[in-house]
Design a protein. Sequence first.
Length: 310
Amino acid sequence: MADWANLLTEQQNPSSERIDEVSTLEMLSIINHEDAGIAVAVGRALPAVALAVDMVVEALGGGGRLFYIGAGTSGRLGILDASECPPTFRADPEMVQGLIAGGTSAVFQAVEGAEDDPDGAVDDLATRGLSAVDVVIGIAASGVTPYVVGGLSCARRTGCGTALLTCSPSAAEAVGADVKIVAEVGPEVITGSTRMKAGTATKMILNMITTGAMVRLGKTYGNLMIDLQPTNAKLRDRSRRILSALTSLSAEGASALLDTADGELKLALVMGKCHLDARESLRLLSQYDGRVKAALQAVGGDSSSPSQEK
């Protein structure tokens, strides 16, 4: 797309035309006022986000992977979201991956021209053995980044599910994807600086996609994260508190049960709620794809949420 001037992300924002002439507080008030509309714009895009979540759940549940592809801020946000899935949800590091134009070094310093290569993402996806069971989500505030557009085209040829996340409605019309998520946040406070409103909207939506998918895959119990990796003191304490709350065990009893379960909170939950040994609890979890509530219901265990228990 050669006519960059018509993209929404390239328009000048009349609310901030004199931002360099006002006081610091007034400047920040302008930014804050513009930011206030981001959640509203994201809200309008929720039906499309829901379609993306369901597509991701189907892929991950079938052994596929989720790939984010993007350049600059968009690529960095994809990498950030992907990197937080293993510690939060005990997801395999290969399950959600973020790819950025220019490679790893571009996370910390811009790699000039990398985003203009339509074959860049094609090569990156090929290196990771992209297959039809995977999902590729292209992140491009402008909607026209060649790295992203080329990667999505490759994914569609491969037979993958695809989605485009953008803040440019006109550009979205020209890009091929199964799902198009358009967060119409409007012109940036600093013209074209999509690390601002567009970046914030992108972060919100990516959080929704992976969180929604992990909830659907049974990695939470109500709103409690029961598939976390207890790799530090805070997370070990959280595991103990969750187990205690869900089983009515004392702190000491919960700690002892977690020790018996080798720190595996899901396993400890099934053991504690169903009064089963580790072996039988593991069998149940495996039978129900790690979904604790389904395993509990199968043997008549208590699958109520913390609020219901109170």
